[in-house]
Design a protein around this ligand. Structure first.
Ligand code: PLP
Length: 379
């Protein structure tokens, strides 16, 4: 395995994460739903206006909980972009639903909301917008379609912590707070990390009680510990979706420094943009932030002219010890899904899969590192 002078990502300690873990151990409660878990959940609810928040062991888990809560099953259709991570689709496939993949926009990897309604049928139950790079999908359009057709909206906000959507009504809403359910990731490659970790925001109050039961292995244990029922037992489907207090203690150490982490990432992101904005535009395009979106500096990417340009760029960076990566392989033509897809071409998705490259961006990346990377890109 090659070691890189500048890796693509590097997990980091922001402050008192290790002290908090020590405190959790000393308190003698390491299983889930303890003091640190509650502290993190309340912090998110208060800061971003989310409905009930439940920490999970990953965003994949949060998506699985969301899929269960929407009640989808065989015969139901769920619309989502093909240009996304496997987990977005997997959660709904496991419930037996049929996935209808949408294309990305011409100028942004997010799903093309202007062509979303033509995918809605009698059987559609859920839309899953994915806020790529933490950049808001056109939520006015998506929520409008959902309202007209009585659909649930599950936001895949895995990359979208601390990012916002500004609606036509002028209201600024945190991503993950707009749909009925919002799913977040604290995987070590995201802005705020806990190793593996995630969270479900339950914005539709009618789903809150069931969410807690699904979270606690299909039992009403949480209600029992609050003294609301005098015994607890098996009342529904569910699984073990709670992270341990060790994970929550680490996460709390990150949340205490969220503003500093975000400020640092945004500085690096802006530096990339400044350094590369003078480049000839036919070789690559810089990320575009739509007027309704904010930038949370989750990732800095380039859209290259073609696959060959991208391959050469990645090789050139690699030769200098710098790891740049691409993703996603389109889900509609994946080995698992190709024979289930309805045959529609998704040209924008395919183009991003071939031409998008992500440059290193992490908390401890230096400004000199960014300048150095940009010099090589410009060459
Ligand atoms: C990272 C990511 C996930 C999965 O998150 P995990 O916490 O690793 O399960 C899901 N969807 C998107 C868009 C992601 O970027």
């Amino acid at each position: 395995m090659q070691t890189y002078v500048i890796p693509f990502n590097k997990p980091f300690i922001a402050g008192r994460e290790l002290e908090h873990i020590t405190e959790a151990v000393a308190a003698g409660k390491l299983s889930g739903n303890g003091a640190f878990t509650k502290r993190c959940q309340v912090w998110f609810e208060e800061r971003y206006g989310f409905g009930k928040c439940l920490l999970t062991t990953s965003c994949t888990d949060a998506l699985e909980m969301a899929a269960m809560l929407t009640g989808v099953g065989p015969g139901d259709e769920v619309i989502m972009p093909s240009y996304t991570f496997v987990s977005t689709a997997l959660a709904f496939v496991r419930q037996g639903a049929k996935i209808v993949f949408a294309d990305s926009g011409a100028r942004h990897p997010n799903l093309d909301a202007s062509r979303l309604e033509e995918l809605v049928t009698e059987r559609t139950k859920v839309i899953v917008p994915v806020h790529y790079a933490g950049c808001a999908c056109d939520m006015d359009a998506i929520m409008g379609i959902a309202d007209r057709h009585g659909l649930k909206v599950v936001e895949d906000a895995a990359q979208a912590v601390d990012s916002w959507h500004v609606g036509k009504d002028g209201k600024k809403r945190a991503l993950g707070s707009i749909g009925h359910l919002g799913c977040f990731s604290f995987h070590e490659t995201k802005n705020i990390i806990a190793g593996e970790g995630g969270m479900l925001a339950v914005n539709d109050p009618s789903l809150a009680r069931r969410a807690e039961i699904i979270w606690e292995k299909g039992t009403n244990r949480a209600e029992f510990f609050r003294g609301e029922v005098n015994k607890y037992g098996w009342v529904d489907i569910g699984s073990s979706f709670l992270p341990s207090e060790l994970t929550a203690a680490f996460l709390w150490g990150q949340l205490e420094h969220l503003d500093a982490i975000q400020a640092k990432r945004k500085r690096l992101w802006e530096l990339y943009r400044e350094e590369l904005s003078g480049a000839p535009r036919d070789d690559f395009a810089l990320p575009e932030i739509p007027p309704w979106a904010t930038n949370n500096a989750h990732c800095f990417y380039l859209v290259c002219r073609d696959l060959d340009t991208r391959t050469r760029l990645i090789a050139r960076l690699k030769a200098q010890g710098i790891l740049a990566v691409f993703h996603y392989l389109p889900l509609h033509s994946s080995p698992f899904f190709a024979d289930k897809h309805d045959g529609r071409a998704l040209p924008n998705c395919d183009r991003y899969a071939d031409t998008l490259v992500r440059l290193p961006l992490y908390y401890e990346l230096g400004e000199d590192d960014v300048r150095r990377i940009c010099r090589i890109v410009l060459e």
